[in-house]
Design a protein around this ligand. Structure first.
Ligand SMILES: [Zn+2]
Length: 156
């Protein structure tokens, strides 16, 4: 969380879950819908006009593909899980899902995984490694390949 200072006041829960194919992780925001009363409409027209305000979630749930439990070496599993969590945290920071949480499928239509996003995940991941006393990974491509290999092996 240290590499995401902007998310300090947000509650985030992480748990393993059965996820669709090709999905390492995903995040859901608990969107609070506030129904507000339009005072003027009520007092003048006698009717309540629906006014729904969607607020930025303060709570999120990150789901991690349970197949990752199949990584026998704990050190390796921890790295992959950490990378997955960082990816999802960046979606939260970028507010990628605020308006789209109701329908997860719609999220895919918006281009989220652009090059800059992936580079930023890589950067933050290396920062976390540093905090954990691990050397940084030099090339993003190598990491992508390593993750790709694990994903393939586990049949994710
Ligand atoms: Zn993503």
């Amino acid at each position: 969380m240290q590499v995401f200072p902007s998310l300090k006041r947000i509650k985030i829960e992480c748990k393993y879950k059965k996820l669709p194919k090709n999905t390492l992780g995903r995040v859901k925001g608990k969107v609070l819908m506030k129904r507000e009363i339009d005072v003027e409409a009520l007092l003048i027209e006698g009717k309540v006009k629906a006014k729904i305000k969607r607020e930025k979630p303060k709570e999120y749930e990150i789901e991690i593909n349970e197949k990752l439990k199949g990584i026998k070496k704990e050190v390796i599993r921890k790295q992959i899980v950490q990378h997955t969590i960082i990816h999802e945290l960046l979606h939260i920071e970028n507010e990628d899902l605020i308006s789209l949480t109701k329908d997860y499928k719609r999220r895919k239509k918006k281009k989220l995984h652009v090059k800059e996003f992936k580079n930023e995940v890589f950067k933050r991941y290396n920062e976390v490694r540093k905090l954990n006393g691990l050397p940084p990974i030099e090339r993003k491509e190598d990491l992508d390949m390593a993750i790709g290999k694990i994903v393939e092996e586990l049949g994710i």
